[in-house]
Design a protein around this ligand. Structure first.
Ligand code: FHN
Length: 534
Protein backbone atom coordinates (compact mmCIF):
# COMPACT_ATOMS: atom_id res chain seq x y z
CA UNK A 1 0.00 0.00 0.00
CA UNK A 2 1.12 3.54 -0.82
CA UNK A 3 3.25 4.84 2.15
CA UNK A 4 1.25 8.13 2.09
CA UNK A 5 -2.00 6.22 2.60
CA UNK A 6 -0.45 4.25 5.46
CA UNK A 7 0.67 7.49 7.10
CA UNK A 8 -2.81 9.01 6.80
CA UNK A 9 -4.37 5.86 8.30
CA UNK A 10 -1.95 5.92 11.24
CA UNK A 11 -2.60 9.63 11.89
CA UNK A 12 -6.36 9.09 11.69
CA UNK A 13 -6.20 6.23 14.18
CA UNK A 14 -4.13 8.42 16.49
CA UNK A 15 -6.72 11.17 16.19
CA UNK A 16 -9.54 8.74 16.96
CA UNK A 17 -7.78 7.29 19.99
CA UNK A 18 -6.77 10.75 21.24
CA UNK A 19 -10.31 12.17 20.94
CA UNK A 20 -11.69 9.05 22.68
CA UNK A 21 -9.18 9.52 25.51
CA UNK A 22 -9.42 13.29 25.94
CA UNK A 23 -9.86 14.12 29.64
CA UNK A 24 -12.64 16.68 29.68
CA UNK A 25 -12.21 17.07 33.45
CA UNK A 26 -9.23 19.28 32.57
CA UNK A 27 -11.58 21.78 30.88
CA UNK A 28 -10.82 25.42 31.71
CA UNK A 29 -13.25 27.57 33.73
CA UNK A 30 -14.08 29.81 30.73
CA UNK A 31 -14.84 26.70 28.65
CA UNK A 32 -17.11 25.29 31.37
CA UNK A 33 -18.79 28.67 31.89
CA UNK A 34 -19.56 28.85 28.20
CA UNK A 35 -20.98 25.30 28.18
CA UNK A 36 -23.07 25.88 31.33
CA UNK A 37 -24.38 29.30 30.26
CA UNK A 38 -27.80 28.20 28.91
CA UNK A 39 -28.35 25.95 31.92
CA UNK A 40 -27.50 28.69 34.46
CA UNK A 41 -29.76 31.08 32.57
CA UNK A 42 -32.62 28.52 32.53
CA UNK A 43 -32.94 28.01 36.32
CA UNK A 44 -36.18 25.95 35.92
CA UNK A 45 -36.87 22.59 34.25
CA UNK A 46 -39.38 19.75 34.12
CA UNK A 47 -38.44 16.27 35.32
CA UNK A 48 -40.54 13.41 33.86
CA UNK A 49 -40.58 9.89 35.30
CA UNK A 50 -42.53 7.66 32.94
CA UNK A 51 -42.46 3.99 32.01
CA UNK A 52 -44.08 0.60 32.53
CA UNK A 53 -44.43 1.33 36.26
CA UNK A 54 -47.21 3.83 35.44
CA UNK A 55 -49.44 0.84 34.58
CA UNK A 56 -49.75 -0.54 38.16
CA UNK A 57 -49.73 3.14 39.27
CA UNK A 58 -48.27 2.28 42.65
CA UNK A 59 -50.61 -0.62 43.47
CA UNK A 60 -49.53 -4.23 43.89
CA UNK A 61 -51.64 -6.83 45.70
CA UNK A 62 -52.59 -5.25 49.05
CA UNK A 63 -50.29 -2.20 48.88
CA UNK A 64 -50.75 1.14 47.14
CA UNK A 65 -47.48 2.81 48.13
CA UNK A 66 -45.28 1.73 45.24
CA UNK A 67 -44.15 3.85 42.29
CA UNK A 68 -41.21 3.65 39.83
CA UNK A 69 -39.42 1.22 42.15
CA UNK A 70 -42.34 -1.24 42.12
CA UNK A 71 -40.37 -4.11 40.54
CA UNK A 72 -38.12 -4.03 43.61
CA UNK A 73 -40.41 -2.80 46.38
CA UNK A 74 -43.07 -5.38 45.43
CA UNK A 75 -40.43 -8.02 44.61
CA UNK A 76 -41.93 -8.74 41.19
CA UNK A 77 -39.96 -11.41 39.29
CA UNK A 78 -38.65 -10.30 35.90
CA UNK A 79 -41.00 -12.46 33.84
CA UNK A 80 -44.01 -11.14 35.75
CA UNK A 81 -42.87 -7.53 35.32
CA UNK A 82 -42.34 -8.07 31.58
CA UNK A 83 -46.10 -8.65 31.36
CA UNK A 84 -46.51 -4.86 31.50
CA UNK A 85 -44.89 -4.58 28.05
CA UNK A 86 -47.98 -5.73 26.07
CA UNK A 87 -50.13 -3.47 28.31
CA UNK A 88 -48.23 -0.22 27.56
CA UNK A 89 -50.35 1.73 25.08
CA UNK A 90 -50.50 5.44 26.10
CA UNK A 91 -53.12 6.58 23.62
CA UNK A 92 -53.35 10.00 25.31
CA UNK A 93 -49.65 10.72 24.82
CA UNK A 94 -49.12 14.02 23.00
CA UNK A 95 -45.51 15.19 22.91
CA UNK A 96 -46.43 18.68 21.73
CA UNK A 97 -48.90 19.10 24.58
CA UNK A 98 -46.24 18.04 27.11
CA UNK A 99 -43.63 20.41 25.70
CA UNK A 100 -46.12 23.28 25.50
CA UNK A 101 -47.17 22.74 29.15
CA UNK A 102 -43.52 22.88 30.21
CA UNK A 103 -42.94 26.02 28.17
CA UNK A 104 -46.12 27.70 29.43
CA UNK A 105 -45.01 26.92 33.01
CA UNK A 106 -41.87 28.97 32.39
CA UNK A 107 -39.60 25.93 32.22
CA UNK A 108 -36.62 25.95 29.87
CA UNK A 109 -35.74 22.23 29.68
CA UNK A 110 -37.30 18.77 30.07
CA UNK A 111 -35.35 15.88 31.62
CA UNK A 112 -37.18 12.62 30.88
CA UNK A 113 -36.31 9.06 31.90
CA UNK A 114 -34.92 7.47 28.74
CA UNK A 115 -34.37 4.40 30.92
CA UNK A 116 -35.11 4.09 34.63
CA UNK A 117 -33.82 1.36 36.96
CA UNK A 118 -36.24 -1.24 35.52
CA UNK A 119 -34.29 -1.11 32.26
CA UNK A 120 -37.28 -0.32 30.03
CA UNK A 121 -36.35 2.05 27.17
CA UNK A 122 -38.68 4.81 26.00
CA UNK A 123 -37.00 4.99 22.60
CA UNK A 124 -36.47 2.65 19.63
CA UNK A 125 -33.21 1.06 20.69
CA UNK A 126 -31.35 -1.28 18.37
CA UNK A 127 -29.69 -2.74 21.46
CA UNK A 128 -32.70 -4.33 23.13
CA UNK A 129 -36.31 -5.48 22.61
CA UNK A 130 -37.15 -4.27 26.13
CA UNK A 131 -38.23 -0.98 24.66
CA UNK A 132 -41.31 0.94 23.58
CA UNK A 133 -41.24 -0.64 20.10
CA UNK A 134 -42.14 -4.02 21.68
CA UNK A 135 -45.34 -2.55 23.12
CA UNK A 136 -48.67 -2.08 21.28
CA UNK A 137 -47.80 1.64 21.16
CA UNK A 138 -44.86 1.08 18.79
CA UNK A 139 -43.94 4.79 18.70
CA UNK A 140 -40.58 6.30 19.61
CA UNK A 141 -41.60 8.54 22.52
CA UNK A 142 -38.23 10.31 22.77
CA UNK A 143 -38.20 10.97 19.04
CA UNK A 144 -41.65 12.59 19.25
CA UNK A 145 -40.50 14.71 22.20
CA UNK A 146 -37.35 15.74 20.31
CA UNK A 147 -39.47 16.78 17.33
CA UNK A 148 -41.89 18.71 19.55
CA UNK A 149 -39.01 20.54 21.28
CA UNK A 150 -37.54 21.47 17.90
CA UNK A 151 -40.88 22.65 16.48
CA UNK A 152 -42.09 24.55 19.56
CA UNK A 153 -38.69 25.96 20.56
CA UNK A 154 -37.50 27.30 23.87
CA UNK A 155 -37.24 23.90 25.58
CA UNK A 156 -34.00 21.83 25.66
CA UNK A 157 -34.51 18.06 25.69
CA UNK A 158 -32.45 16.23 28.32
CA UNK A 159 -32.29 12.58 29.36
CA UNK A 160 -32.29 10.92 32.77
CA UNK A 161 -30.48 7.59 32.34
CA UNK A 162 -30.15 4.96 35.05
CA UNK A 163 -26.79 3.20 35.40
CA UNK A 164 -28.50 0.60 37.60
CA UNK A 165 -30.49 -1.81 35.42
CA UNK A 166 -32.74 -4.50 36.88
CA UNK A 167 -33.39 -6.13 33.50
CA UNK A 168 -30.08 -6.54 31.68
CA UNK A 169 -28.40 -9.77 32.93
CA UNK A 170 -24.89 -8.27 32.82
CA UNK A 171 -25.82 -5.61 35.36
CA UNK A 172 -24.89 -8.28 37.85
CA UNK A 173 -26.05 -6.84 41.18
CA UNK A 174 -29.03 -8.85 42.37
CA UNK A 175 -31.65 -8.31 45.09
CA UNK A 176 -31.62 -11.06 47.67
CA UNK A 177 -35.15 -12.15 46.67
CA UNK A 178 -34.19 -12.57 42.99
CA UNK A 179 -33.59 -16.30 42.83
CA UNK A 180 -34.54 -16.52 39.15
CA UNK A 181 -31.62 -14.50 37.79
CA UNK A 182 -28.26 -16.26 38.28
CA UNK A 183 -25.14 -14.13 38.10
CA UNK A 184 -23.00 -16.90 36.62
CA UNK A 185 -21.77 -15.98 33.15
CA UNK A 186 -22.62 -12.32 33.45
CA UNK A 187 -20.08 -9.72 32.33
CA UNK A 188 -20.12 -6.17 33.78
CA UNK A 189 -17.94 -4.82 30.95
CA UNK A 190 -20.48 -6.15 28.47
CA UNK A 191 -23.21 -4.21 30.27
CA UNK A 192 -21.15 -1.00 30.27
CA UNK A 193 -20.53 -1.43 26.52
CA UNK A 194 -24.30 -1.95 26.03
CA UNK A 195 -25.05 1.19 28.02
CA UNK A 196 -22.51 3.19 26.00
CA UNK A 197 -24.02 2.02 22.72
CA UNK A 198 -27.47 3.04 23.92
CA UNK A 199 -26.17 6.43 25.04
CA UNK A 200 -24.63 6.88 21.61
CA UNK A 201 -28.08 6.22 20.08
CA UNK A 202 -29.51 8.95 22.32
CA UNK A 203 -26.75 11.46 21.63
CA UNK A 204 -26.81 10.81 17.88
CA UNK A 205 -30.47 10.39 16.93
CA UNK A 206 -32.51 12.72 19.13
CA UNK A 207 -31.30 16.21 18.36
CA UNK A 208 -29.30 18.64 20.46
CA UNK A 209 -29.48 16.97 23.86
CA UNK A 210 -28.74 19.45 26.64
CA UNK A 211 -28.08 17.27 29.71
CA UNK A 212 -27.47 13.65 30.63
CA UNK A 213 -28.82 13.16 34.12
CA UNK A 214 -27.38 9.89 35.43
CA UNK A 215 -28.77 8.07 38.44
CA UNK A 216 -28.39 4.70 40.14
CA UNK A 217 -24.65 5.14 40.57
CA UNK A 218 -24.60 4.18 44.23
CA UNK A 219 -24.24 0.36 44.02
CA UNK A 220 -20.91 -1.44 44.12
CA UNK A 221 -21.30 -2.35 40.45
CA UNK A 222 -20.29 1.20 39.43
CA UNK A 223 -16.75 2.45 40.13
CA UNK A 224 -15.20 5.91 40.12
CA UNK A 225 -13.13 5.03 37.06
CA UNK A 226 -16.29 3.96 35.23
CA UNK A 227 -17.79 7.36 35.98
CA UNK A 228 -14.81 9.32 34.69
CA UNK A 229 -14.67 7.10 31.61
CA UNK A 230 -18.39 7.52 30.89
CA UNK A 231 -18.17 11.30 31.39
CA UNK A 232 -15.31 11.55 28.90
CA UNK A 233 -17.01 9.12 26.51
CA UNK A 234 -20.17 11.24 26.36
CA UNK A 235 -18.28 14.53 26.17
CA UNK A 236 -16.25 12.96 23.36
CA UNK A 237 -19.50 12.28 21.47
CA UNK A 238 -20.94 15.73 22.26
CA UNK A 239 -18.38 18.11 23.83
CA UNK A 240 -20.97 20.71 24.87
CA UNK A 241 -23.27 18.25 26.65
CA UNK A 242 -23.81 18.83 30.39
CA UNK A 243 -23.61 15.83 32.73
CA UNK A 244 -24.74 15.68 36.39
CA UNK A 245 -22.58 14.44 39.25
CA UNK A 246 -24.37 11.07 39.52
CA UNK A 247 -22.32 9.87 36.53
CA UNK A 248 -19.54 9.27 39.09
CA UNK A 249 -19.25 8.31 42.76
CA UNK A 250 -18.68 11.77 44.25
CA UNK A 251 -22.23 12.61 45.36
CA UNK A 252 -22.68 13.05 49.09
CA UNK A 253 -26.03 11.29 49.58
CA UNK A 254 -29.38 12.99 48.99
CA UNK A 255 -27.81 16.38 49.80
CA UNK A 256 -26.47 15.83 46.33
CA UNK A 257 -23.28 17.85 46.31
CA UNK A 258 -19.98 16.44 45.09
CA UNK A 259 -17.91 15.69 48.15
CA UNK A 260 -14.37 16.29 46.88
CA UNK A 261 -12.23 17.04 43.81
CA UNK A 262 -11.44 14.60 41.05
CA UNK A 263 -14.97 13.35 40.57
CA UNK A 264 -16.79 13.81 37.26
CA UNK A 265 -20.04 15.73 36.91
CA UNK A 266 -20.93 19.33 36.12
CA UNK A 267 -23.54 20.02 38.79
CA UNK A 268 -24.71 18.80 42.19
CA UNK A 269 -28.08 17.06 42.56
CA UNK A 270 -29.82 17.70 45.91
CA UNK A 271 -32.94 15.53 45.92
CA UNK A 272 -36.18 16.52 47.67
CA UNK A 273 -34.24 19.18 49.53
CA UNK A 274 -32.78 22.68 49.14
CA UNK A 275 -29.31 23.50 50.49
CA UNK A 276 -29.34 25.89 53.48
CA UNK A 277 -27.25 28.47 51.64
CA UNK A 278 -25.90 29.06 48.19
CA UNK A 279 -22.47 27.64 47.40
CA UNK A 280 -20.49 30.27 45.49
CA UNK A 281 -19.05 28.88 42.28
CA UNK A 282 -20.92 25.58 42.57
CA UNK A 283 -23.61 24.61 40.06
CA UNK A 284 -26.46 22.59 41.55
CA UNK A 285 -30.05 21.65 40.80
CA UNK A 286 -32.64 20.57 43.36
CA UNK A 287 -35.02 17.91 42.00
CA UNK A 288 -38.41 17.50 43.65
CA UNK A 289 -41.68 15.69 43.24
CA UNK A 290 -44.98 17.59 43.13
CA UNK A 291 -46.52 14.99 45.45
CA UNK A 292 -44.52 12.21 47.17
CA UNK A 293 -43.65 10.01 44.23
CA UNK A 294 -41.52 10.29 41.08
CA UNK A 295 -43.43 7.69 39.08
CA UNK A 296 -47.25 7.89 38.91
CA UNK A 297 -49.06 6.67 42.05
CA UNK A 298 -52.81 6.99 41.75
CA UNK A 299 -53.28 6.95 45.54
CA UNK A 300 -50.85 9.82 46.16
CA UNK A 301 -52.97 12.95 46.46
CA UNK A 302 -50.45 14.89 48.58
CA UNK A 303 -49.57 17.52 46.02
CA UNK A 304 -47.56 20.53 47.16
CA UNK A 305 -49.47 23.81 46.87
CA UNK A 306 -48.73 26.26 44.06
CA UNK A 307 -47.52 28.74 46.69
CA UNK A 308 -45.10 26.17 48.12
CA UNK A 309 -43.76 25.30 44.66
CA UNK A 310 -43.29 28.95 43.63
CA UNK A 311 -41.55 29.75 46.90
CA UNK A 312 -39.30 26.71 46.47
CA UNK A 313 -38.36 27.90 42.98
CA UNK A 314 -37.54 31.35 44.39
CA UNK A 315 -35.66 29.95 47.41
CA UNK A 316 -33.55 27.77 45.09
CA UNK A 317 -32.82 30.65 42.69
CA UNK A 318 -31.95 32.90 45.65
CA UNK A 319 -29.21 30.39 46.48
CA UNK A 320 -27.94 30.16 42.90
CA UNK A 321 -29.49 26.78 42.00
CA UNK A 322 -31.82 25.29 39.39
CA UNK A 323 -35.19 23.71 40.16
CA UNK A 324 -36.10 20.43 38.41
CA UNK A 325 -39.79 19.85 39.18
CA UNK A 326 -41.17 16.39 38.50
CA UNK A 327 -44.23 15.13 36.65
CA UNK A 328 -45.25 11.47 36.83
CA UNK A 329 -47.51 10.89 33.79
CA UNK A 330 -50.25 8.25 33.89
CA UNK A 331 -50.08 5.03 31.87
CA UNK A 332 -52.36 6.58 29.23
CA UNK A 333 -49.84 9.38 28.60
CA UNK A 334 -51.77 12.17 30.31
CA UNK A 335 -50.47 14.33 33.17
CA UNK A 336 -52.35 14.16 36.49
CA UNK A 337 -54.82 17.07 36.66
CA UNK A 338 -53.23 18.31 39.89
CA UNK A 339 -49.92 18.63 38.02
CA UNK A 340 -51.54 20.42 35.09
CA UNK A 341 -53.19 22.91 37.46
CA UNK A 342 -49.91 23.69 39.25
CA UNK A 343 -47.96 24.07 36.02
CA UNK A 344 -50.56 26.59 34.79
CA UNK A 345 -50.48 28.59 38.04
CA UNK A 346 -46.67 28.63 38.14
CA UNK A 347 -46.68 29.74 34.52
CA UNK A 348 -49.01 32.63 35.33
CA UNK A 349 -46.56 33.75 38.03
CA UNK A 350 -43.55 33.30 35.73
CA UNK A 351 -45.15 35.38 32.97
CA UNK A 352 -45.07 38.37 35.37
CA UNK A 353 -41.92 37.56 37.36
CA UNK A 354 -39.72 35.35 35.16
CA UNK A 355 -36.96 37.96 34.88
CA UNK A 356 -36.44 37.65 38.66
CA UNK A 357 -35.56 33.97 38.14
CA UNK A 358 -33.94 33.52 34.71
CA UNK A 359 -30.20 34.20 34.64
CA UNK A 360 -30.16 35.41 38.24
CA UNK A 361 -27.51 34.70 40.83
CA UNK A 362 -27.62 34.02 44.55
CA UNK A 363 -28.72 36.71 46.96
CA UNK A 364 -25.96 38.99 48.31
CA UNK A 365 -27.76 38.94 51.68
CA UNK A 366 -27.45 36.17 54.24
CA UNK A 367 -31.10 36.40 55.33
CA UNK A 368 -34.21 38.50 54.82
CA UNK A 369 -37.15 38.05 57.19
CA UNK A 370 -39.91 38.74 54.63
CA UNK A 371 -38.78 36.52 51.73
CA UNK A 372 -35.84 36.03 49.37
CA UNK A 373 -33.57 38.09 47.08
CA UNK A 374 -32.21 37.23 43.65
CA UNK A 375 -29.86 39.43 41.65
CA UNK A 376 -28.85 40.03 38.06
CA UNK A 377 -26.30 42.32 36.41
CA UNK A 378 -26.96 43.65 32.89
CA UNK A 379 -24.34 46.04 31.50
CA UNK A 380 -23.60 48.69 34.14
CA UNK A 381 -26.87 48.02 35.98
CA UNK A 382 -27.55 45.58 38.81
CA UNK A 383 -31.06 44.52 39.72
CA UNK A 384 -31.92 43.23 43.18
CA UNK A 385 -35.26 41.37 43.09
CA UNK A 386 -36.96 41.45 46.49
CA UNK A 387 -39.33 38.47 46.65
CA UNK A 388 -41.86 39.40 49.31
CA UNK A 389 -43.53 36.27 50.71
CA UNK A 390 -44.70 37.99 53.91
CA UNK A 391 -46.13 41.42 53.14
CA UNK A 392 -45.15 43.87 55.96
CA UNK A 393 -48.21 44.82 57.98
CA UNK A 394 -47.02 48.42 58.39
CA UNK A 395 -46.55 48.78 54.63
CA UNK A 396 -42.81 49.47 54.96
CA UNK A 397 -40.32 46.96 53.55
CA UNK A 398 -36.99 47.02 55.42
CA UNK A 399 -33.77 45.83 53.83
CA UNK A 400 -30.83 45.70 56.26
CA UNK A 401 -27.16 45.63 55.34
CA UNK A 402 -27.32 47.71 52.17
CA UNK A 403 -24.98 50.73 52.06
CA UNK A 404 -25.82 52.61 48.87
CA UNK A 405 -28.97 53.95 47.29
CA UNK A 406 -30.63 52.39 44.24
CA UNK A 407 -31.44 54.60 41.26
CA UNK A 408 -35.04 53.40 41.39
CA UNK A 409 -37.31 51.08 43.35
CA UNK A 410 -40.32 49.71 41.49
CA UNK A 411 -42.97 47.00 41.50
CA UNK A 412 -42.05 44.33 38.96
CA UNK A 413 -45.68 43.54 38.12
CA UNK A 414 -46.53 47.08 36.91
CA UNK A 415 -43.17 48.92 36.95
CA UNK A 416 -44.70 51.53 39.27
CA UNK A 417 -41.92 53.39 41.11
CA UNK A 418 -42.01 53.46 44.92
CA UNK A 419 -40.71 56.05 47.41
CA UNK A 420 -37.86 54.88 49.66
CA UNK A 421 -35.53 56.12 52.38
CA UNK A 422 -31.89 55.04 52.47
CA UNK A 423 -29.51 55.42 55.41
CA UNK A 424 -25.95 54.15 55.91
CA UNK A 425 -26.85 50.50 56.12
CA UNK A 426 -30.49 49.97 55.32
CA UNK A 427 -33.32 50.84 53.00
CA UNK A 428 -37.00 51.36 53.73
CA UNK A 429 -39.48 51.09 50.86
CA UNK A 430 -42.95 52.54 51.21
CA UNK A 431 -45.34 49.96 49.78
CA UNK A 432 -48.67 50.95 48.30
CA UNK A 433 -51.69 48.84 49.21
CA UNK A 434 -51.98 45.08 49.82
CA UNK A 435 -49.79 42.45 48.20
CA UNK A 436 -50.86 41.75 44.60
CA UNK A 437 -49.70 38.11 44.81
CA UNK A 438 -49.81 36.07 48.02
CA UNK A 439 -47.42 33.53 46.47
CA UNK A 440 -44.65 36.09 45.98
CA UNK A 441 -44.78 39.79 45.00
CA UNK A 442 -41.52 41.11 43.55
CA UNK A 443 -40.00 44.55 44.12
CA UNK A 444 -36.97 45.67 42.09
CA UNK A 445 -34.02 47.78 43.28
CA UNK A 446 -32.31 49.13 40.15
CA UNK A 447 -28.68 50.10 40.76
CA UNK A 448 -26.44 51.94 38.32
CA UNK A 449 -23.44 50.89 40.40
CA UNK A 450 -22.51 47.74 42.32
CA UNK A 451 -24.79 47.43 45.37
CA UNK A 452 -22.84 47.87 48.62
CA UNK A 453 -23.97 44.88 50.69
CA UNK A 454 -22.51 44.44 54.14
CA UNK A 455 -21.73 40.99 55.47
CA UNK A 456 -21.56 39.96 59.09
CA UNK A 457 -18.16 38.62 60.21
CA UNK A 458 -17.56 34.95 60.98
CA UNK A 459 -15.99 33.83 64.27
CA UNK A 460 -14.01 30.61 63.93
CA UNK A 461 -11.84 28.61 66.31
CA UNK A 462 -9.98 25.31 66.43
CA UNK A 463 -11.86 24.48 69.64
CA UNK A 464 -14.38 26.49 71.67
CA UNK A 465 -13.77 24.20 74.68
CA UNK A 466 -10.20 24.41 75.93
CA UNK A 467 -7.93 23.67 78.90
CA UNK A 468 -5.40 26.48 79.02
CA UNK A 469 -6.09 28.69 76.01
CA UNK A 470 -7.53 28.76 72.50
CA UNK A 471 -7.67 31.19 69.57
CA UNK A 472 -10.57 33.03 67.95
CA UNK A 473 -10.30 34.26 64.36
CA UNK A 474 -12.86 36.80 63.16
CA UNK A 475 -13.12 37.23 59.39
CA UNK A 476 -15.18 38.71 56.59
CA UNK A 477 -16.00 37.01 53.25
CA UNK A 478 -13.24 37.24 50.66
CA UNK A 479 -13.31 40.54 48.81
CA UNK A 480 -15.16 42.40 51.57
CA UNK A 481 -12.69 45.15 52.39
CA UNK A 482 -14.83 48.23 52.94
CA UNK A 483 -15.91 47.51 56.49
CA UNK A 484 -14.06 46.99 59.78
CA UNK A 485 -14.76 44.43 62.49
CA UNK A 486 -15.44 45.60 66.03
CA UNK A 487 -15.73 43.01 68.81
CA UNK A 488 -16.32 42.44 72.54
CA UNK A 489 -15.38 39.56 74.84
CA UNK A 490 -17.83 40.30 77.68
CA UNK A 491 -20.93 39.22 75.81
CA UNK A 492 -22.14 42.77 75.11
CA UNK A 493 -23.00 43.85 71.56
CA UNK A 494 -20.11 45.69 69.88
CA UNK A 495 -20.49 49.43 69.26
CA UNK A 496 -18.54 51.92 67.17
CA UNK A 497 -15.83 52.40 69.82
CA UNK A 498 -15.49 48.68 70.71
CA UNK A 499 -12.03 47.20 70.02
CA UNK A 500 -11.06 46.99 66.36
CA UNK A 501 -10.24 43.43 65.26
CA UNK A 502 -6.76 43.28 63.73
CA UNK A 503 -5.45 39.77 64.57
CA UNK A 504 -6.57 36.50 66.18
CA UNK A 505 -7.70 36.68 69.80
CA UNK A 506 -6.04 34.53 72.46
CA UNK A 507 -8.81 33.24 74.72
CA UNK A 508 -7.68 32.16 78.23
CA UNK A 509 -10.98 32.43 80.15
CA UNK A 510 -14.54 31.21 79.52
CA UNK A 511 -16.16 34.04 77.61
CA UNK A 512 -18.50 35.06 74.80
CA UNK A 513 -17.00 36.85 71.82
CA UNK A 514 -19.34 39.05 69.79
CA UNK A 515 -18.50 40.82 66.54
CA UNK A 516 -20.12 42.96 63.83
CA UNK A 517 -19.18 44.96 60.74
CA UNK A 518 -18.90 48.75 60.91
CA UNK A 519 -18.63 51.27 58.07
CA UNK A 520 -17.59 54.89 58.77
CA UNK A 521 -18.55 54.41 62.42
CA UNK A 522 -21.96 52.89 61.64
CA UNK A 523 -23.09 49.35 62.51
CA UNK A 524 -23.83 47.79 59.10
CA UNK A 525 -24.35 44.08 59.80
CA UNK A 526 -25.89 41.67 62.22
CA UNK A 527 -24.02 40.75 65.41
CA UNK A 528 -22.44 37.28 65.54
CA UNK A 529 -21.29 35.54 68.71
CA UNK A 530 -19.42 32.44 69.85
CA UNK A 531 -19.02 31.15 73.42
CA UNK A 532 -15.74 29.71 74.70
CA UNK A 533 -15.53 27.38 77.70
CA UNK A 534 -12.40 26.73 79.78
O1 FHN B 1 -34.00 5.75 42.69
C1 FHN B 1 -34.20 6.98 42.01
C2 FHN B 1 -35.63 7.41 42.08
O2 FHN B 1 -36.45 6.43 41.49
C3 FHN B 1 -35.77 8.74 41.32
O3 FHN B 1 -35.41 8.56 39.96
C4 FHN B 1 -34.87 9.79 41.99
C5 FHN B 1 -34.96 11.09 41.22
O4 FHN B 1 -33.79 11.78 41.32
N1 FHN B 1 -33.50 9.31 41.98
C6 FHN B 1 -33.27 8.05 42.63
C7 FHN B 1 -33.43 8.14 44.13
O5 FHN B 1 -32.40 8.99 44.62
Amino acid sequence: MNPRIIAVCVLFRLYLSSSAQKNYLLESKPEKDQRMEWWREARFGMFIHWGLYAIPAGEWKDKTTHAEWIRTTAQIPLKEYDQFVPQFNPDQFNAKAWVQMAKDAGMKYITITSKHHDGFCLWDSKETDFDVMSTPFKRDILKELATACREIGGIRLCFYHSIMDWHHPDYNERRNWEKDRPVAGTDRKRYIAYMKRQLKELVTNYGDIGVFWFDGEWEGFWKHEDGVDLYNYLRGLKPDVIINNRVDKGRGGMAGMTTAGGYAGDFGTPEQEIPETGLPGVDWESCMTMNNNWGYNKADQQFKSTKDLIQKLVDIASKGGNFLLNIGPKADGSFPQESIDRLKAIGDWMKVNGESIYGTNASPFEHTSWGRVTQKTAGNKTYLYLHVFDWPKDGVLHLEGIGNKPQYVYQLWNKEKLPFIANSNSLMVQLTGPSPDENDAVMVLEYWEKPLVYKAPVISTYSADFILATDAVISLPAGENRTEIRYTTDGSDPVANSPLYTSKLNITQSSTVKAASFYKGQLVSGVVSKSFKK
